[in-house]
Design a protein around this ligand. Structure first.
Ligand code: SAH
Ligand code: SF4
Ligand code: F3S
Length: 460
């Protein structure tokens, strides 16, 4: 579930040159975010801490005094990107010797010591649970005490840290940190520590704060939102939390991710049906369509129990979009087992899917499993899966042509500025003729053409 948002735009301070060196009237920071929405939200907290120190955002690393790479460890690919970026920053630091380089996020947690050994120009290494200590780490690094390495997954993340949110209509709000599931392929529990739920009053406070700041939609974040509340020692679960948030005035839409199928209750589906602000969208990662593979992954459900949730969801919540994550080439996955995934995808008809090749994560149980699937085979399986899923998604979107959707307008279309872009409640992209005055509004739009990515339409 890779995710990115634009960096905050540079503020109205002009750089100037002195002796051929670019100076700024104020110190500037630049944050590069990899990975999932949690990391995007963490980058907003890092930005908030910079701004309490009086820093301004830079438009690129070359103009910054502090550069943060907020990293991801979920697959091998983001690692490679960060390593090459660190090489570039080493060169940059030669011309800007005062530059502070920080590596935060999941990679910092998982392999911070290796990064410190290999890249002596890195000043700060900070795990995701240590995010509140960024200011302290920066001060120490600038006092010449670097590299400052803080990686403690038992650390509790304080509520109400300063935040500078990405501009837009939708705001991210964490409801849980960490994960207790230890799916055998997954690095996240090692990177983010044990699951902790935030108190409902803290979540509500933050939701109200985002509404007061002009956001109209919240995306509630947790590795498994369905286990929300378990450590709180009182009787509040995720559907209860949704019920409380639904009553926040001037909030229009509530979304959440991710819903783990093993904990997805009928109570949740009924809450989705009942609560008017909760959008008709369920992101429910299936991972694989074969029971033995699911068992080896430690997912805690079968294809049949998964299907029952989807069927009930579609029955209770009219217009529900179901999206998923799928992985091919898990250790030992046979051609026949992969075909079970294809058959499941054909039958379940997902509106969208994020599809990945299994990637060995050292330290996980799956990394130790025998019968690894060769890379070429994984590639072929992924190609077949993507082709099938794309066909299904296109068919679904075309079947909705002629229907009207409530669209929350987000921005002008980059390529065609006489069009605006927004999302339906099902989280589908809608492009339609309009201008900047529509941004932040709810508009009824009729879908006129359906594509893999969403719709083109016209306001009704
Ligand atoms: N908490 C979420 C998933 C977070 S990671 C959940 O349980 O659904 C996002 C996705 O990355 C996962 O759903 C999975 O499909 C994929 N993923 C995780 N580990 C992976 C690995 N080792 N190789 C390939 N894909 C992986
Ligand atoms: Fe990883 Fe599983 Fe936790 Fe999701 S639920 S973050 S896949 S261990
Ligand atoms: Fe997210 Fe990547 Fe960490 S997907 S939780 S940033 S490993």
């Amino acid at each position: 579930m890779e995710f990115s948002r634009n960096q905050p735009t540079a503020a109205a301070f002009f750089p100037y040159r002195r002796n051929g060196i670019l100076h700024h009237a104020m110190e500037r920071y630049y944050i590069e975010t990899y990975g999932c929405q949690m990391n995007v939200r963490d980058s907003e907290t890092l930005a908030g801490q910079f701004e309490t120190l009086g820093f301004m955002p830079a438009d690129r690393a070359e103009n910054a005094d502090v550069v943060v790479l907020n990293t991801c460890s979920v697959r091998e690919k983001p690692h490679t990107k960060v390593f090459s970026r660190l090489g570039e920053l080493r060169r940059l630091k030669r011309c800007r010797p005062w530059l502070v380089v920080a590596v935060c996020g999941c990679m910092a947690q998982i392999m911070g010591d290796k990064i410190a050994d290999r890249f002596d120009h890195v000043d700060i290494i900070l795990g995701p649970r240590n995010i509140a200590q960024f200011v302290q780490a920066l001060e120490q690094a600038r006092a010449g005490q670097g590299p400052v390495i803080l990686r403690d997954t038992k650390e509790l993340i304080p509520d109400a840290l300063p935040v500078r949110r990405c501009p837009g209509v939708s705001a991210f709000v964490n409801i849980t940190y960490g994960c207790n599931n230890f799916c055998t392929y997954c690095i996240v529990p090692y990177a983010r520590g044990r699951e902790v739920s935030r108190k409902p009053e803290e979540v509500l406070r933050e939701v109200r704060e985002t509404v007061a700041a002009g956001y109209r939609e919240v995306m509630l974040l947790g590795q498994n939102v369905n286990s929300y509340g378990r450590n709180l020692g009182r009787s509040v679960d995720f559907p209860d939390l949704l019920t409380q948030i639904d009553s926040v005035e001037s909030l229009w839409r509530i979304r959440f991710t991710t819903s783990h199928p093993k904990d997805c209750s009928e109570k949740l589906l009924r809450a989705m049906a009942r609560l008017s602000k909760v959008c008709e969208h369920l992101h429910l990662p299936l991972q694989a369509g074969d029971d033995e593979v699911l068992r080896n992954m430690g997912r805690g459900y079968t294809l049949d129990s998964y299907r029952r949730i989807v069927d009930l969801g579609r029955e209770l919540v009219p217009g529900l979009a179901v999206t998923t994550d799928l992985m091919v080439g898990f250790p030992g996955e046979s051609a026949r087992q992969f075909e079970n995934t294809l058959r499941a995808v054909e039958a379940l008809r997902f509106d969208q899917a994020f599809m990945f090749r299994y990637s060995d994560r050292p330290g996980t149980r799956a990394a130790e499993m025998p019968n690894k699937v060769p890379e070429v085979e994984k590639q072929q399986r992924l190609k077949a899966l993507v082709e099938l899923q794309n066909r299904v998604a296109c068919d679904i979107n075309r079947s909705h042509v002629g229907e009207s959707f409530e669209v929350l307008v987000e921005c002008l279309d980059e390529r065609c500025p006489n069009l605006v872009r927004g999302r339906t409640r099902q989280h589908k992209l809608m492009l339609f003729p309009g201008d900047a005055r529509l941004i932040g509004r709810l508009v009824a739009v009729r879908a006129e053409e359906g594509y893999l990515w969403g719709f083109k339409g016209r306001a009704v």
